[in-house]
Design a protein around this ligand. Structure first.
Ligand SMILES: [Zn+2]
Ligand SMILES: [Zn+2]
Length: 787
């Protein structure tokens, strides 16, 4: 028998039972329809934050629902281990170490951190099949990633080239555009005196530290002030170099003085102009962000150089004015430091020219919410360069190539030799096959998105297991956050398409971000930060999970409110207490002859509608609508009215008859069991504990089939009568309360007028309202009561 509701006491026990019953396991031998989830492999940070929680709750709602709907659910879990944050942590702890030793420490750190995250995920009841766990640091994973790169290389989609790339001097690595953010910062616009024909020529710039790399000066061709300058040259101050003055219509005549200096490479526009006019390239800085070719400023970092150059210009009287300016600066999203453009030999994946195909594949998928696809489409349309995927870091999958020192030719390993680490492994041939030059092993590693952008292939056994691949590819569902559409979703769709020719998902489920209760992004410094484990400690896992569904509709940004957790907890408490009552009421219940009354037919009809709408909501990933429908029905129809309306039949079967009692028992049982099933994906612990106590000790609600709506249970007439009955009983309650009478006190008389004949519920009015004499009439609704 159910005791006091204390969810923390049975969570562990139920997890062990699910393990024993293999509730979460994918069955390789089953003939059932397969549902494959391409679960995000989280980056091991040690903490499963509330945003992750929302994401995984959504995934688990789907997994549990699909299992109950008869699918053979494949719910793997990976860990996206490589990357810069781990290197930072390890460096903090151990300082600089030799390459191999450093990698080893990164690996140890990763394992340690995964070891703290996994139990949190298990505790939250995520029904992951842990037999399908994968780590991107595994040798097998390395092999498959390198295999994918080799395949794309063969198709001409991977190449090495010297290009201006986005570079983070702080992290000393090339980065992709997707890893940058634009932020507005205040900076100074300095008016600096160049000269032309011995006369001063004022140019405004925010980057005086790049003067030494100035290779041209541009004006707008329509700008009357400067038409006479076309074709002339200007002299760069401090460095006394002559550069061409070129008219270009992209120059904004209203910015500064209407003249701009082009440096290699101050920003993206400089890159464009450099190529457009075939300007000379002056390497302005090295990989640490220190100035090169800058005379006495050489070796200074950008900030330091800026000060020194400005001071020098001031002392020579070459600055006429300085204005404050709000400017958009591109920063590295990880370290928040400004990024530069640097000329460097890097590895690229060919994106340009493939955008249309990627968009076409994305349009074949079902996006939830539908508008989320627009983020991907906009990203595709805005692509300017190929994907620079090489990173000058250590903890990553090695890029599997050697290149020739002399002719830049590339040598690839054989498939059978994978995985390789060209930084230490010998190349497959002694020398360059083209020119006999010396071969150098690539020491750069892959951007982490290279690893994670083939997860739908990895989980489907690609490229070795064809049978498994047929079964598990494409994934039925890709669940992920809206913040990584331009990265994870985009790269995955692109890579899988290039490698297989097929779209990699059927459904893409996008979850929003979780904000603090003040509506701002959660952050420890703002004091609005909540961790999943705080919520569990103060309430329960099921309340936390129900919060995820209650916090808002799918795809929108969600705000964390404690009131949602409290609501969930009170609802579960209500469910528990109602179940306790039903458990007692079902004592001695046996199936047999029974007579359903109007109230039974009403609640069964409503229950049937609930099943129908809930199924619909779950099919469309509308968790908020589903959970709201369930709680409203159970709390405010079933508990507030129905249970009250059958108590007399349960307690006084000698007066109202055994068949009536049995009908009430049957209805209570059906309504509770169905509600438990509908609620099981959201509150897996509480529902299963109740299920165990009332319905089956050995089995689990999670092995039950999802209820099916049944037209025959629809009964509009009973719903109509019950609605009127409930209205009458509300009036009776109100009357007693306003007359300060106990709710169970008896009234002498009632005259009830209603638009429908209420004779068939006379018994309920009499028994629940405790009214001695009742008169019933047809007409406009009114209730007259006497004490
Ligand atoms: Zn950085
Ligand atoms: Zn060569």
């Amino acid at each position: 028998m159910l005791g006091k509701y204390s969810p923390r006491d049975f969570e562990g026990k139920l997890r062990r039972k699910w393990g024993k019953l293999k509730v979460h396991e994918f069955n390789e031998k089953s003939k059932r329809k397969v549902f494959v989830i391409d679960t995000p492999p989280p980056f091991p940070t040690g903490e499963f934050h509330i945003g992750n929680t929302l994401n995984w709750c959504y995934i688990d709602f789907v997994a549990r629902y699909k299992r109950m709907s008869g699918y053979n659910v494949f719910f793997p879990q990976g860990w996206d281990c490589h990357g810069f944050p781990t290197e930072v942590q390890v460096e903090k702890k151990y300082g600089k170490l030799p390459r191999e030793q450093f990698k080893q420490k990164c690996l140890e750190w990763t394992n340690e951190v995964v070891g703290t995250m996994k139990p949190q995920m298990e505790e939250m009841g995520f029904s992951i099949d842990w037999r399908q766990e994968y780590y991107t640091v595994d040798k097998e994973y390395h092999r498959k990633v390198q295999y994918s790169i080799l395949k794309m290389f063969e198709k001409g989609l991977v190449y090495r080239s010297k290009h201006p790339v986005l570079w983070c001097p702080n992290c000393e690595s090339a980065i992709a555009k997707a890893e940058t953010d634009d932020v507005e910062r205040e900076t100074a616009l300095n008016y600096i005196e160049f000269s032309c024909d011995g006369k001063p020529l004022l140019i405004a710039t925010t980057r005086p530290e790049l003067l030494h790399a100035c290779v041209a000066v541009l004006v707008n061709p329509e700008d009357e002030r400067y038409k006479k300058l076309h074709g002339k040259t200007a002299v760069v101050p401090l460095f006394n170099r002559e550069v061409k003055i070129i008219p270009d219509s992209e120059v904004d005549p209203n910015f500064g003085t209407g003249i701009v200096m082009v440096c290699t490479f101050g920003d993206k526009q400089d890159v464009v102009w450099t190529y457009r006019y075939n300007l000379p390239v002056i390497e302005a800085m090295n990989q640490k962000g220190e100035l090169l070719n800058a005379g006495k400023f050489t070796g200074m970092k950008a900030e330091q150089a800026k000060k020194a150059v400005l001071e020098e210009l001031k002392s020579l009287g070459l600055i006429t004015k300085t204005e404050k300016l709000k400017q958009v600066v591109r920063i590295h999203d990880r370290c928040k430091k400004p990024v530069e453009f640097l000329l460097s030999a890097q590895w690229f994946m060919k994106l340009k020219g493939n955008e249309e195909e990627v968009m076409k594949a994305a349009y074949k998928m079902r996006w939830i919410p539908p508008h989320a696809i627009q983020l991907l489409v906009d990203w595709c349309r805005g692509l300017e360069w190929d994907w620079c995927f090489s990173r000058q870091r250590i903890f990553g999958i090695p890029i599997p190539f050697w290149y020739c020192e002399r002719c830049d030719g590339v040598v690839a390993p054989s498939y059978s030799s994978l995985p390789v680490d060209p930084a230490k492994d010998k190349p497959p041939v002694e020398n360059c096959p083209k020119c006999e030059g010396k071969l150098i092993g690539e020491s750069s590693v892959c951007d982490g998105w290279v690893d994670s952008s083939i997860t739908p292939l990895i989980i489907a056994g690609w490229p070795d297991d064809e049978k498994k691949f047929k079964l598990l590819y494409p994934s039925s569902l890709r669940p992920q956050g809206t913040d990584i559409i331009r990265t994870w979703a985009f790269y995955t769709i692109y890579r899988c398409l290039m490698l297989t020719g097929e779209p990699c998902f059927k459904d893409v489920l996008i979850n929003g971000m979780v904000c603090g209760s003040d509506g701002r992004k959660m952050s420890k410094s703002l004091g609005n930060y909540v961790e999943a484990k705080d919520v569990i400690a103060k309430s329960s896992v099921d309340s936390l999970r129900m919060w995820a569904a209650l916090s808002g509709s799918t795809g929108k940004d969600n705000i964390f409110y404690w009131k949602d957790v409290h609501y969930a907890h009170s609802f579960l408490n209500k469910l528990w207490n109602a179940s306790k009552f039903i458990e007692t009421s079902l004592q001695g219940y046996e199936e047999g002859r029974m007579k359903l009354k109007t109230t039974d037919k009403w609640i069964l009809s409503r229950l049937n509608k609930l099943v129908e709408s809930c199924t619909n909501y779950m099919e469309n990933y509308e968790f908020y609508s589903a959970i709201t429908a369930i709680t409203e029905f159970f709390w405010h129809e079933f508990c507030d009215y129905y249970i009250e309306e059958v108590k007399h039949r349960l307690y006084q079967s000698d007066k109202y008859g055994g068949e009536s009692k049995r009908a009430a028992q049957f209805t209570l049982r059906t309504a509770l069991l169905t509600t438990l099933k509908l609620l099981a994906p959201f509150a897996p612990y509480t529902t299963d504990e109740i299920y165990e106590s009332l319905f089956s000790k050995e089995s689990s609600v999670h092995l039950e089939r999802w209820p099916k709506a049944d037209r025959k249970m629809s009964d509009e007439h009973s719903e109509q009568i019950a609605a009127l009955l409930n209205r009458v009983l509300s009036e009776v309650r109100k009357f007693k309360m306003s007359n300060k009478l106990p709710l169970n006190s008896q009234l002498s008389y009632a005259k009830i007028t209603a638009p429908e004949e209420l004779d068939e519920v006379r018994e309920e009015i009499e028994a629940v309202g405790r009214i001695k004499k009742i008169e019933i009439a047809k007409g406009e609704f009114s209730v007259l009561l006497k004490r």
